[in-house]
Design a protein around this ligand. Structure first.
Ligand code: PBG
Length: 332
């Protein structure tokens, strides 16, 4: 890029003088259309409970989901992402609760699709909320078995599609699962159900607060480094994206968010696929804590979200979605 101009004829501050002028020339903006809200669901009736690790985020019993979905609808947030808090007595080595047509996710899907048909719903495909060991796949001889796991994931995806899931989001990082899930969806005539692949998911400490939220934290013995990506690598991310697009992914996720903006940027440059950033639980909780302690102004939330847009993401999964959409409504 050629840099043109010089002082004093050129003064870049001239364009920063007025708020209206700054608004006029802003290159990136955030609207409710850019947001996806994660929601945690739990068993029981009439329950809305706090989560220790994530200030202001709640778990909802299925009957209470409408309280949050009404807000999503009013604020015109296009999509929600569902995550289950599975009771311990329903967890086992195989994660078989994932295939129960009456599990938390299936019940939530049916409720949302009957009462809020215009809200998009994405669901994780992975076994970690359901396994007694907290891993995303099945353990065979103490290893996460790729191909045995995929067999279950394919069934999980089909079940979610049957219950009305719009966007299937495999977050397990097994090799080859996108192709097999696409094939199975098509065979079952779910050609319009899309796949949002967590193509680039690093083995990250930033997921800590989430694991508490879905109840897998105390279960997980070892880390997830044999399937989630090594944070020292970036070229590997492009191989993951390339393979997933070839296998049929419609969109891809980069996760965590803020400290992986280089990855988003390079995917944007090299592939023409919609990129969704996941501002994960650790990022959320750190920012929230900083605001609480008055280290940051609330504007830090916008700053963090715009960064994803600037890097090249078209949307952001964020626990701030409701808060931000409310603020946007006031401003506009
Ligand atoms: C499960 C899953 C995780 C997250 C989303 N889906 C955690 C993990 O892989 O351990 C993390 C989300 C967050 O931290 O907000 N496969």
């Amino acid at each position: 890029m050629k840099i043109i101009g010089s002082y004093p004829k050129t003064r870049l501050r001239r364009l920063r003088k007025h708020k209206w002028l700054r608004n006029l020339i802003s290159e990136n903006n955030i609207s409710p259309n850019d947001l996806i809200l994660p929601i945690f669901v739990r068993e029981g009736k009439n329950k809305i409970e706090s989560i220790k690790t994530m200030p202001e985020v709640k778990r909802y019993s299925v009957d209470k989901l409408p309280t949050i979905l009404k807000k999503v609808k009013d604020l015109k947030i296009p999509m929600v992402a569902l995550f289950p808090y599975t009771p311990n007595n329903k967890k086992n080595k195989q994660g078989s609760e994932a295939l129960n047509p009456n599990n938390l996710i299936c019940r939530s899907l049916r409720l949302i699709k009957s009462k809020f048909p215009d809200i998009g719903v994405m669901c994780d495909v992975a076994l970690d909320p359901y396994t007694s060991h907290g891993h995303d796949g099945v353990l065979i001889n103490n290893e996460i078995d790729n191909d045995e796991t995929i067999k279950i994931l394919v069934k999980q995806a089909i079940l979610q599609a049957k219950c009305g899931c719009d966007v299937i989001a495999p977050s397990d990082m097994m090799d080859g699962r996108i192709g097999l899930i696409r094939k199975a969806l098509d065979k079952e005539k779910f050609t319009d159900v899309s796949i949002l692949s967590y193509a680039v998911k690093y083995a990250s400490s930033f997921y800590g607060p989430f694991r508490e939220a879905v109840g897998s934290k105390s279960k997980l013995k070892k880390d997830k480094k044999t399937y989630q990506m090594d944070f020292r690598n970036s070229f590997e991310a492009y191989r993951e994206v390339g393979l997933d697009i070839k296998e049929g992914a419609d969109m891809i996720i980069v996760k965590p968010g803020m400290i992986y903006l280089d990855i988003i940027r390079n995917i944007k440059k090299n592939f023409n696929v919609p990129i969704i950033a996941y501002q994960v639980s650790g990022e959320y909780s750190l920012i929230k804590d900083g605001i609480k302690k008055k280290l940051f102004k609330e504007d830090i939330i916008f700053e963090s979200l715009i960064a994803f847009k600037r890097a090249g993401a078209c949307a952001i999964i964020s626990y701030f979605a409701i808060e931000v959409a409310k603020k946007l409504k006031k401003i506009n």
